[in-house]
Design a protein. Structure first.
Length: 157
């Protein structure tokens, strides 16, 4: 059991750090450490949620008469993380003189929280695949975006 906790924690540090590294490299407001902390926090909440469900099952098995009174919503705490991180992401969005910046950073904070939940729930393949996908979007598709913007700006001239 303890090795699962360590594995989930380590994976959340790694995947949050990888995405945070890209944001740090781009000199964005929420970088390496922020993304790690968001991912780890989400993983911790997911592990707590798992444990609460397991504790409820164990109590029901020990005391069958409690079966009708013990209810647990397996997504309740996790849903609070998803909405709470939205608030954190809103702080990364800056409105300055008609332009808005920080939307990508806000989105990466939210997606890192979701990946952290996947780590905490023990969905390793989903965690790793999601991280690779997000990293590719941030690094590879950014180049595609700049090419599209260049074509649009050249067309207007």
């Amino acid at each position: 059991m303890w090795y699962e906790i360590i594995l989930r924690f380590a994976l959340s540090v790694f995947v949050g750090g990888l995405i945070g590294y890209e944001r740090e490299y781009q000199n964005r407001p929420a970088g390496f450490i922020t993304h790690i902390l968001v991912c780890v926090g989400a993983a911790i909440i997911a592990m707590i949620q798992n444990q609460l469900v397991q504790d409820s099952i164990n109590l029901t098995l020990m005391y069958p008469q409690l079966a009708n009174s013990l209810k647990i919503d397996s997504g309740r705490i996790i849903s609070q993380v998803v909405s709470g991180v939205g608030f954190l992401g809103a702080g990364a969005i800056i409105h300055n003189k008609g332009s808005v910046t920080g939307l990508t950073t806000a989105a990466t904070l939210w997606v890192v929280a979701c990946i952290g939940i996947a780590c905490g729930m023990g969905y390793y393949f989903l965690s790793i695949t999601s991280t690779i996908g997000v990293y590719c979007v941030l690094v590879v598709l950014k180049k595609v975006k700049f090419r599209i913007q260049d074509k649009i700006s050249n067309k207007e001239v």
